[in-house]
Design a protein. Structure first.
Length: 109
C-alpha cells in the first residue's frame, strides 16, 4: 500500500511565511496534494493508496480519487502518523508499504 501522510493543510508551508500569507500557503499545499493524488490515480496498476490524515480537504480528495483514508485524528508528526498507519496496514494483512509525501513537485507515475 502507498501511504500519503497529510498534516492539517490550514497550517502548511510555514517556511514560506516570509513570502506568502497563510491562505496562499494553504492553497499551494492543496494544489501540490492534488497533483500527487492525481498522479497516483492515473498510475496504471497502482497499488492501493491510503491517505493518512484528519484534514477535511485531503479526505475529500481521497474520496474523489477512491483512495482509502487512514484517520490521523491526533494530527501527529509525519513519522508518528506513518508508524500508526503501518501498524494499521499490518493488522489488515498488508505486507509492504511505500510512503509518498503529499507535496512532491513535478511527480510523475
Amino acid at each position: 500500500m502507498i501511504l500519503v501522510p497529510v498534516k492539517n493543510l490550514s497550517g502548511a508551508k510555514q517556511r514560506l511565511a516570509a513570502l506568502f500569507d497563510q491562505a496562499t500557503r494553504t492553497e499551494l499545499a492543496q494544489a501540490m496534494l492534488f497533483d500527487v493524488l492525481e498522479t497516483l490515480g492515473t498510475w496504471t496498476d497502482c497499488p492501493e493508496v491510503g491517505i493518512v490524515t484528519s484534514d477535511p480537504f485531503a479526505i475529500d480528495l481521497a474520496h474523489h480519487f477512491h483512495f482509502s483514508v487512514i484517520p490521523d485524528n491526533a494530527n501527529r508528526s509525519e513519522t508518528d502518523a506513518i508508524e500508526m498507519a503501518t501498524r494499521f496496514c499490518e493488522a489488515q494483512g498488508v505486507d509492504s508499504t511505500l510512503v509518498i509525501p503529499g507535496d512532491i513537485p513535478l511527480i510523475q507515475s
